[in-house]
Design a protein around this ligand. Structure first.
Ligand code: ZN
Length: 432
């Protein structure tokens, strides 16, 4: 556990490499892009790949038909290919139905989507539950279109198949679980989507071979419909989830943001706030709100799971969000590595945040005779270890956890934890 907790200088680079590998794949909420993504993740961790058939009822929703796409383009009246799916998979509205015909510009225009306020970028759009077709392009290119006949072609399929998701359980000493989730349904975008996928992959990879107290469940699901599907198939096991985080938007240069759980007073809320406060960096904490990512489903009133979300800049709050600008240059190794470190610190604390009972509660125990105290009396107490001993012994009345003691004493959690271990070894404390 200790080595995982230490800052890993390589993980940001490794995450960026995985993002680079996954970037070109055209993902959606179903289809071969999801399967290909999950197979690449399997080269890092042994995730189980699950398929749930189209038309399966999941609570109030129905799993849609499976969508796959081979190619798409638009050719202008001069024979020039002005939109080419092979250059960017954002050019096609996700879930576009197949089409191949020649139409006038006036007929084509309503099917072309642009972002006039960011005229050089391609927007990202979907039409999952409304059978339609469309193209996305930069507004500057759109303005150049001239009247005439255009050839449009979308070589896609939309038919019964299945929804695909990945899951990996790392068992701990107890069945209590930490749920760590990301979504795998966006095409070529890095911060929104792939940064979460990379972070969850490498957290799982680091935790896989470490002895942990808690069990860790990692989900790689299509956003919304995947979370609903997973919840509907696992309703009877949800009581095991004691903490959780939704991972997305983790590699931009913005400061960290923690979005609280629905109740706002779960242990994960205190731990995340503690880690951000002790990072000595700027950060923000926001209350739960019912839009956003999969915390919307995990926090629905019947489930109300203790799941927060630690991101950098919140989705929708950075201009590159859902555009071709959310690319490989937008996410940086150093930010990915920094976020990974914060997640690993959160895990270290929830693994070790237990309550102890002082076994010698009538006055202070004589530490000197146990070799736990400095030899010279009256010496100025500057030693963090001695201070930590006093704090832990005084506060271990069965009510205060190590995190409580760390917050009150302003002593680092890992110092408090190491000193508590020492006091247990000397039979002065026991875990309750
Ligand atoms: Zn998104």
């Amino acid at each position: 556990m200790k080595s995982f907790f230490n800052k890993d200088e390589n993980v940001g680079r490794e995450m960026h490499e995985l993002i680079t590998t996954l970037f070109p794949i055209c993902r959606s909420i179903t289809g071969n892009g999801v399967r290909e993504t999950l197979k690449k993740i399997q080269t890092h961790i042994p995730i189980q790949i699950n398929e749930v058939q189209s038309q399966t009822k999941v609570f109030d929703w129905t799993i849609p038909k499976e969508w796959n796409i081979q190619d798409a383009y638009v050719i202008d009246p001069n024979g020039k290919k002005i939109i080419d799916f092979k250059n960017s998979n954002l050019h096609v509205v996700s879930y576009s139905i197949p089409i191949h015909k020649k139409i006038e510009l006036s007929e084509l225009k309503p099917h072309i989507h642009t972002l006039p306020e960011m005229p050089d970028t391609i927007p990202y759009l979907t039409s999952y539950y409304n059978e339609d077709w469309g193209f996305c392009m930069s507004h500057n290119e759109f303005k150049k279109l001239q009247d005439g006949e255009y050839e449009i072609m979308i070589d896609s399929t939309l038919e019964n198949g299945s929804l695909t998701y990945g899951e990996f359980l790392k068992k701990g000493e107890v069945e209590d679980e930490v749920l760590l989730t990301c979504y795998i349904c966006h095409p070529s975008m890095c911060n929104d989507n792939l940064s979460g996928t990379a972070l969850i992959t490498f957290l799982a990879k680091h935790l896989e071979n470490i002895k942990t107290k808690l069990s860790y469940r990692f989900l790689f699901i299509p956003e919304t419909i995947g979370a609903i599907t997973w919840l509907s198939k696992n309703e009877q096991n949800l009581h095991k989830i004691k903490h959780g985080l939704v991972a997305t938007c983790l590699g931009d240069s913005g400061s960290s943001t923690y979005k609280k759980t629905r109740d706002g007073n779960n242990e994960i809320d205190r731990v995340a706030e503690y880690v951000l406060e002790n990072s000595k960096q700027d950060y923000s904490i926001v209350d739960f709100f019912p839009s956003g990512s999969d915390e919307r489903q995990f926090s629905s009133p019947k489930f109300n799971l203790p799941i927060g979300s630690l991101v950098r800049t919140l989705y929708g709050k950075f201009p590159e969000y859902h555009t071709s600008e959310d690319n490989l240059n937008f996410v940086k190794e150093e930010h990915l590595g920094d976020t990974f470190f914060k997640y690993s610190q959160i895990i270290y604390i929830i693994e070790n945040n237990v309550k102890y009972l002082n076994l010698n509660p009538k006055c202070e125990p004589q530490l000197g005779k146990r070799g736990l105290y400095r030899q010279l009396g009256s010496q100025k107490i500057s030693d963090q270890i001695e201070l930590a001993m006093f704090w832990i012994l005084n506060q271990s009345d069965g009510e205060n956890s190590l995190l409580d003691i760390s917050i009150k004493s302003k002593l680092d959690f890992s110092t408090i934890k190491q000193v508590a271990d020492k006091l247990v070894d000397h039979n002065l404390l026991k875990i309750i």
